[in-house]
Write a protein that binds this ligand. Structure first.
Ligand code: SAM
Length: 224
């Protein structure tokens, strides 16, 4: 991709951040700046690049979507990510949210169950020099015992309930942001670890594709 094409999208990106993210209540400047920087159009199919900055969850293949701009801002703001934080993301998808998290954190481990999506995202991370992202293929509802504990866990698929293996992989004071509810409509939950207790705050309604796997929905139950 030529630099010209990247420049062509800069204005669209600023407009997206002002109108679709900031104007709707996302105030964390670090999050807004990350969204002003990360080239969202490179994470969607080339045919949809012109619509990458629009107000919708663009399809990314395999029945999956890249989360709406506002929702990515809300996930990142709610998680209160610090520069030295280690983050686990469940649901790499296009890799766009991963790139935002990687701009804010020290390191991001991202798990995706669909091999082709993980490979596609990994190539984009390499091409754009995101050096602090580790891609994993597997069932993210189990988290990653190998890399735990995490200061922040961001789940970008809707779970039927809070997966306890994930909650237990939070460090002390760690935060998990996770949509919980029905297959199509959920509420974004913030889970904060305090010793062996987990304080849960409901943030706002949201709609993500289902989290599949051992602590999610069963694949055969779900229709995309
Ligand atoms: N954050 C992504 C982005 O910016 O493009 C959007 C993620 S999409 C809404 C949800 C993703 O979660 C899908 O790619 C889906 O395959 C993945 N997923 C669902 N269940 C999963 C599981 N148990 N483990 C890992 N990934 C899962």
């Amino acid at each position: 991709m030529s630099d010209n094409r990247i420049d062509r999208y800069t204005a669209k990106r600023q407009t997206m951040v002002e109108r679709l993210v900031s104007a709707r209540g996302i105030t964390d400047e670090k999050v807004l700046n990350a969204m002003r920087t990360v080239p969202r159009h490179v994470f969607v199919d080339q045919a949809l690049a012109d619509r990458a900055y629009d107000d919708y969850a663009a399809p990314i293949g395999d029945g999956q979507t890249v989360s709406q701009p506002y929702m990515v801002g809300l996930l990142a703001q709610t998680a209160k990510i610090g520069k030295s934080d280690t983050v686990l993301e469940v649901g790499t998808g296009s890799g766009y949210t991963t790139a935002i998290l990687a701009t804010l954190a020290e390191r991001v481990y991202t798990i995706e169950r669909i091999n082709s999506l993980s490979n596609r995202a990994r190539k984009i991370f390499n091409r754009f020099y995101y050096k602090n992202i580790v891609c994993i293929v597997g069932d993210g509802s189990l988290g990653s015992a190998m890399y735990a504990p995490f200061d922040v866990i961001v789940v970008t698929a809707g779970a039927p309930r809070i997966p306890m293996p994930l909650a237990r992989q939070l460090s002390e004071g760690g935060r998990m942001v996770i949509p919980v509810g029905e297959e199509k409509n959920q509420t974004l939950n913030l889970v904060i670890r305090d010793g062996n207790r987990f304080a849960v705050t409901r943030i706002e309604p949201c709609s993500f594709v289902p989290l599949l796997g051992k602590h999610g929905y069963e694949a055969k139950q779900v229709k995309y």
